[in-house]
Design a protein around this ligand. Structure first.
Ligand code: BJW
Length: 298
């Protein structure tokens, strides 16, 4: 049970949203929690019951690609069955109203896009559950893939044995590595989910786009044109449902502040750590983003 935001707080936030032209939004797993998609680190989160190092690194895939595919196969099914919630819709509506808004999306569930968020205003910096790519970056193959299951042999249920990460293994799955999807381009390597795992670089074009936006421009040309001018004002930053523990995404909060943004947090918990620490002049909306975001953006 949370206190409702006061009328005064809502009024000051609404007035600021109305006058804001350049808005940066950092989206995290809490936005999709009410759609039934587990977060990563809060109660019921993936990394509380699954080992991130055993499932979301390149070496994990090298060690046991079947286990990793079981995990992603299950999550693709979960995300496909989920529906965007009122917060996804409210954000999509705001993006359409404010062409100067940019969403930096850490979520891989594609619910923002399904809510109608304009694609050119959203950077999926951790990839998507519904894209696959060649395991070898040098090959470069990548494409959309909505096949569920990814191969008929893989069950779409929660992977057995993974809950106890020490014993996690695909040994009992009955699936063979040669049955996993292979890259149609090089015909050598396995395909893997096109999500960003720990230790991997983020999609360069998307990160460059965010960097240019933070410098006040939207295009390649404007990066030079703007480097000397002071036109990089960011009016507002919305930080929705993220623990802001993962870099480089977490760093955008400090960068937006430096560019003049006032920050509004939407979270179930009052954060106390790191860059997500609220400062004077911020708004802190405590509770379920699916309720608070639509209410605050009404
Ligand atoms: C609600 C709610 C409700 C719940 N309503 N709110 C600098 C400093 C320290 C470390 C590093 C650093 N730079 C790099 C690192 C290492 C690493 C990192 O950040 N580690 C930290 C954990 C310490 N970063 C990386 O490895 C990144 N790569 C990189 O930097 O590469 C450098 C490089 C350059 C060039 C070449 C090579 C390398 C990559 C990070 C990739 C993150 N990947 C994941 C998995 C994606 C695939 C998958 O889904 O399987 O991305 S991890 C996971 O965390 C996922 C998320 O997008 C990301 C963020 O999580 P998020 O969204 O914040 O979720 P939670 O669960 O943490 O928080 C949920 C929040 O919601 C909580 O606050 C709740 O209270 C709240 N909430 N219900 C409102 N209803």
């Amino acid at each position: 049970n949370y206190d409702r935001p006061s009328a005064e707080m809502l009024a000051s936030f609404t007035a600021h949203v109305r006058s804001s032209k350049r808005i940066l939004v950092l989206i995290g797993a809490g936005l999709s929690a009410s759609s039934g998609i587990p977060t990563y680190r809060s109660a019921g989160g993936f990394w509380r019951t699954f080992s991130d190092q055993q499932l979301a690194t390149k070496s994990a895939f090298e060690d046991d690609p079947i286990l990793v595919w079981q995990f992603y196969n299950y999550r693709r099914q979960q995300a496909k069955a989920a529906l965007p919630n009122p917060a996804h819709h409210a954000l999509a509506k705001l993006a359409k109203k404010k062409p100067g808004l940019l969403s930096v999306n850490q979520n891989v569930d594609e619910l923002c896009q399904r809510a109608g968020h304009p694609v050119e205003q959203i950077m999926n910096i951790h990839g998507s559950l519904f894209r696959v790519k060649c395991f070898d970056d040098a090959c470069g193959f990548e494409e959309d893939n909505h096949d569920i299951p990814i191969i008929p042999q893989l069950p779409v249920t929660e992977p057995p044995g993974v809950l106890d990460s020490a014993d996690a293994s695909s040994a009992t799955s009955g699936v063979r590595v040669d049955e996993l999807p292979h890259c149609p381009k090089c015909r050598v390597n396995l395909l893997r989910p096109a999500t960003v795992w720990f230790g991997e670089g983020l999609p360069e074009a998307k990160v460059n786009h965010v960097n240019r936006w933070l410098c006040g421009g939207n295009s390649e040309a404007s990066i030079d044109a703007n480097s000397a001018v002071e036109d990089n004002q960011v009016d507002l930053m919305l930080v929705i449902g993220t623990s802001a523990m993962v870099w480089p995404a977490a760093g955008y909060i400090g960068r937006a502040r430096k560019a003049g943004a006032r920050v509004a947090f939407f979270n179930m918990e009052a954060r106390s750590a790191g860059v997500a620490r609220p400062e004077e002049g911020d708004w802190m909306f405590l509770g379920d983003a699916a309720e608070l975001v639509p209410e605050a953006l009404k």
